[in-house]
Design a binder for this molecule. Structure first.
Ligand SMILES: Cc1cc2nc3c(=O)[nH]c(=O)nc-3n(C[C@H](O)[C@H](O)[C@H](O)COP(=O)(O)OP(=O)(O)OC[C@H]3O[C@@H](n4cnc5c(N)ncnc54)[C@H](O)[C@@H]3O)c2cc1C
Length: 375
């Protein structure tokens, strides 16, 4: 019998747990530990902020769905991992002390490094949690006119909700009939050049921004926010009446002292999703050290690969499934300018880009599908 411990109940952890429950016999014990008993479908948080759906549409009871699949669920805060002793220390929660394991999947995502941007917490909105998205929703409801600034800080690596928020804001004002009284600016820390590093994708995205009269400013790494103004580390500034900013991120603290991370705290893994240099430990999702954007569909694929390889190990075989790093996502513009993007990140080939109303619908259908299959 093997004890398999999965840390983190996000996209990666949930998919890995489900796959393991399918592939492993009843004699093996599968346990998922997460700080919340709720699963949150993050890609829907922009829609939540703009009142297009409600709290119950974006979250479901993770404990129940895990127990239905014979996965034990523990609501607890993970403090640290000891790969030599094969145990995980719990800081607080439903259990205390150490949890032993034979195999571990680390899927704790990443942590907000808001401390790197002075004034972020006090003066900027973000929408990375249900509560923050709802707070932003209240601010949007109160907003009348002026300047809206939407962007990400250096190290956020999450452009999709930035563009979606800008498009949603523009559409909302268009529907209200007073779009002309608000200036919308998207700021990015990336250097000037093709957006997302691809000229085909860039021209489609820039055309969509232009169609909504949304200004785009590159090379704008915000590091300080005061009431109504933000400044960058390279000496620029911008005033705003409302700001939505994605903060910098850092890898999970629970892995930071193990010598298995890059300087930003992301875990080094092989393409099998095994942690480099450690036995019986896999890492998946936002917490791993892969280049480019950090996205849910990547965490899902990595969760499947890790589960397959872990099952092979338990059965005495070599892990043979390999992950290919692709970005495949939709930027929902809310209408006929919605954009589907596919980039083969490691192959460094031109991306594929499609545009049309279908992709807006497809993104919402994907949410329904996820809920039906996983809740
Ligand atoms: C607003 C928004 C929009 C997005 N849109 C898209 C999109 O359109 N398409 C797309 O593919 N991706 C999108 N993403 C990105 C996607 O949500 C993430 O890439 C994905 O959630 C990563 O999954 P994960 O399992 O690695 O980590 P997470 O989803 O972050 O899950 C980590 C889990 O670990 C738990 N945890 C963390 N630390 C601890 C601890 N110390 N102890 C116990 N539990 C802990 C957390 O509570 C959480 O349950 C979006 C993200 C946001 C915020």
């Amino acid at each position: 019998m093997a004890k398999v411990l999965i840390l983190g109940g996000g996209f990666g952890g949930v998919v890995a747990a489900e796959r393991l429950a399918k592939e492993l016999g009843d004699e093996h014990q599968i346990t998922l530990v997460s700080r919340s008993r709720e699963f949150v479908f993050h890609p829907a948080l922009v829609r939540l902020a703009f009142g297009k759906c409600e709290r119950d549409d974006v979250a479901f009871d993770l404990r129940r769905s895990m127990l239905d699949r014979r996965v034990n669920f523990i609501e607890a805060e993970v403090a640290r991992v000891d790969p030599q002793a094969r145990r995980v220390t719990i800081a607080h929660g439903e259990v205390e002390g150490n949890l032993p394991y034979d195999y571990l999947i680390f899927a704790l995502g990443r942590r907000l490094a808001t401390e790197r941007v002075t004034g972020f917490y006090e003066h900027a909105h973000h929408l990375l949690t249900v509560d923050k998205a709802l707070k932003f929703r209240n601010a949007i409801a109160r907003f009348q006119e002026g300047r809206v600034v939407i962007g990400q800080c250096a190290g956020a690596r999450l452009p999709v909700p930035v563009y979606e928020t800008a498009f949603a804001f523009s559409r909302m004002l268009e529907e209200r009939g007073d779009r002309s009284r608000t200036h919308i600016t998207v700021v990015s820390p990336d250097p000037p050049g093709p957006l997302m590093g691809d000229s085909g994708i860039s021209s489609v995205l820039r055309n969509a921004l232009g169609a909504h009269d949304i200004e785009f400013r590159a090379d704008f790494p915000i590091d300080r926010v005061t009431p109504g103004a933000a400044t960058t580390s390279n000496g620029h500034g911008i005033n705003f009446d409302l700001m939505m900013l994605l903060p910098p991120f850092h890898g999970s603290a629970a892995a930071s002292y193990l010598g298995i991370t890059n300087p930003e705290g992301y875990i080094n893994v092989e393409t099998t999703m095994r942690v480099s240099g450690l036995e019986r430990m896999y890492a998946i999702g936002d917490c791993v050290n892969f280049s480019g954007q950090k996205m849910g569909h990547m965490a899902v694929r990595q969760g499947e690969i890790a589960a397959l390889n872990l099952v092979a190990e338990i059965n005495g075989q070599a892990p043979e499934a390999n992950y290919m790093h692709e970005a495949r996502f939709v930027i929902d513009e809310g209408g006929s300018d919605s954009i589907f993007i596919h980039q083969d990140i490691w192959m460094n080939e031109p991306g594929t880009v499609r545009q049309g109303r279908f992709w807006s619908w497809a993104k919402q259908a994907q949410q329904k599908y996820w809920e039906t299959v996983h809740s």
